[in-house]
Design a protein around this ligand. Structure first.
Ligand code: NDP
Length: 281
């Protein structure tokens, strides 16, 4: 029976430390660290994510500035707001909640956030620094949280075979780079991968970022493996991960639950990125 990696508890501890750092920053500078959160449209899932992020800011003594724009807003107006926030000295981090409405090109919008305030770590400059192994960049929140969860097991990453299923720019690719930086041997799988099961069965560390409910089943997991479930799939039975938790927990050594695994760590890492950004100024 696998040990459950309690992302909620680990995230809580991280937030306690952040609250201390943010309060110390305020004492030294006379201002609170600030995070601007921009949401466009009325997507209910985005509204929940944004609410959680704002609540977490309050908990950590970080000032949140919330901008709710109408679904019909055009890219120019959104970019004008970002430019204004880029120049605002009290704003240390800017977050644009994804997805954006179809008529707005996310890549164009995200590239307008100054890399120093890119709390999500999606800007090409920050992604490039991660790729090159340069220090001082902002690492995307979910991948950063995944590494923290793996490290919380105490099992060394170095030399292990890490298999990442999914190659998105926000999860799969950056987490693969971080695992490589931590000296894992990394295999990245995707929808064209052949013999997926043969590959996942050799994983000491398995990261599932597929976006398909219960996609990873017990017969795909090596006994004792660390299994990180990134999936957040809304089904008629509620929120469901990419890993079939109930069967995989009997095979894996460690496993993250959904909810309560990667999700809370993502929020904690967003706040980490914001506090780190303020401290680096
Ligand atoms: P994307 O849809 O961008 O990427 C999914 C990836 O899965 C793609 O690379 C795709 O391959 C691959 N894939 C799809 N089908 C298969 C298959 N049959 N076999 C192997 N690979 C396959 O998703 P994201 O990376 O954005 O998100 C993944 C999941 O994580 C979602 O459930 C999302 O909601 C969740 N998520 C959770 C977060 C959190 O904080 N907990 C944060 C971000 C995401 P290809 O590239 O070939 O199409």
């Amino acid at each position: 029976m696998a040990e459950i990696l309690d992302g909620k508890a680990i995230a809580e501890k991280i937030k306690q430390d952040l609250a201390i750092r943010a309060t110390e920053f305020e004492r030294k500078t006379g201002r609170k660290i600030g995070l601007a959160v921009i949401r466009v449209g009325a997507d209910p899932a985005s509204a929940v994510y944004v609410r959680n992020k704002i609540k977490a800011c309050e908990r950590c003594n970080i000032r949140s500035l919330s901008y709710e724009l109408d679904e019909s807003v055009n890219a120019d107006a959104l970019i004008a707001l970002i430019h204004k926030l880029n120049k605002e000295p009290d704003v240390d981090g800017i977050l644009v909640q994804l997805p954006l409405p179809k008529h707005i090109d996310e890549r164009v919008v995200l590239s307008e956030i100054t890399p120093d305030k890119d709390a999500d770590g999606f800007h090409a400059v920050n992604a490039g620094k991660l790729f090159l192994g340069e220090k001082g960049g902002t690492v995307a929140c979910t991948p950063r949280g995944i590494i923290e969860l793996i490290k919380s097991t105490g099992v060394p990453i170095s030399g292990k075979h890490a298999v990442v299923v999914g190659r998105s720019n926000i999860v799969g690719k950056p987490v693969a780079m971080l695992l490589l930086q931590n000296d894992a041997t990394v295999t990245v799988c995707h929808s064209r991968t052949q013999n997926l099961k043969d590959i996942t069965l050799s994983a000491d560390i398995l990261v599932a970022a597929v976006g398909k409910s219960n996609f990873i089943t017990a017969d795909m997991v090596k006994r004792g493996a660390i299994v990180i479930d990134v999936g957040m799939n809304r089904t008629e039975n509620g929120l469901c991960g990419d890993v079939d938790f109930y069967s995989v927990k009997d095979v894996a050594g460690y496993i993250t639950p959904v909810p309560g695994g990667v999700g809370p760590m993502t929020v904690a890492m967003l706040l980490c990125n914001t506090v780190d950004g303020a401290m680096h100024e």
